[in-house]
Design a protein around this ligand. Sequence first.
Ligand SMILES: Nc1ncnc2c1ncn2[C@@H]1O[C@H](COP(=O)(O)OP(=O)(O)O)[C@@H](O)[C@H]1O
Ligand SMILES: [Mg+2]
Length: 201
Amino acid sequence: MSAAVHLKDVGHSFGSGMLFSHLDGTLEPRHVYALVGPSGSGKSTLLSIIAGWVTPTEGTVEREDCGRVHWVQQNPHGVARRMAIDHVALPFVARGETRTAAARHARELLAMFGLEERAERQFRELSGGEAQRLMLARGVASQAGLLLVDEPTAQLDLHTAAGVNEHLHALSVAGAIVVVATHDPNTRDACTDVIDLRDYQ
Ligand SMILES: Nc1ncnc2c1ncn2[C@@H]1O[C@H](COP(=O)(O)OP(=O)(O)O)[C@@H](O)[C@H]1O
Ligand SMILES: [Mg+2]
C-alpha cells in the first residue's frame, strides 16, 4: 500500500471565524505541494494539521502509511562548528549505516541541493541560502514519510531564494509526501502542485 494523506472537508478555527473550510484532497508521494495564502491565512496551522499535531475543528485527516514526520523550520538551525556533511550524514548513521556509507549518501544529497562544494565547511560558514538548502537535504536524509517545510525562503533575498527554489524538486527524491508553505510566488512555481488557501476561505 502506498502512502497518502486524505483531507476530507477540513476546516479550522481558533475561535474567531474560520481560517479555511471545506478543504478536500489527497496528498501523495513524489509530489511537492505548495501551500499558499497570505500571512495569517493558516498555512502553518494546516501544516500542523497534516502532521497530526493539531486536530482540525472540522472534517478529518487520514494518514495512510506515512511513517514519521519531519518539519523544516523557517530559520535554519545547525551546529555552528560542525561540518555541513555531518548534519546530513547523522540520520544515516542513526539508522545503522557505517560512517563511510553514511558519508557517501550524505554527499549524494548535498550534490542534489547544490552543496557539494560546501561539504567540509562548518555550519556557521554557510550563507543563509546554503544553510536552508542544508536543512532541506537533512530533511530528505531523515527519510520521514511526510516532509513539511514552512516558508523556506521567507528570510532570504531574491537571489538566494532562487537558489533554494531551484532545488525544491529534490525534496521528493526519497519518496516522501512534501508540503511547502510559502507566500513566495517563485517557490509556488517550483512546486508540482498548488493548494491555495484563498480557495477555501
Ligand atoms: N495556537 C494558536 N492559538 C490561537 N490562534 C492561533 C494559533 N496558531 C495560529 N493562530 C492564529 O491563526 C491565524 C493563522 O496562523 P498561521 O497558521 O500561523 O498562518 P500563516 O502560517 O499562513 O501565516 C493567525 O491569525 C494566528 O494568529
Ligand atoms: Mg506560517
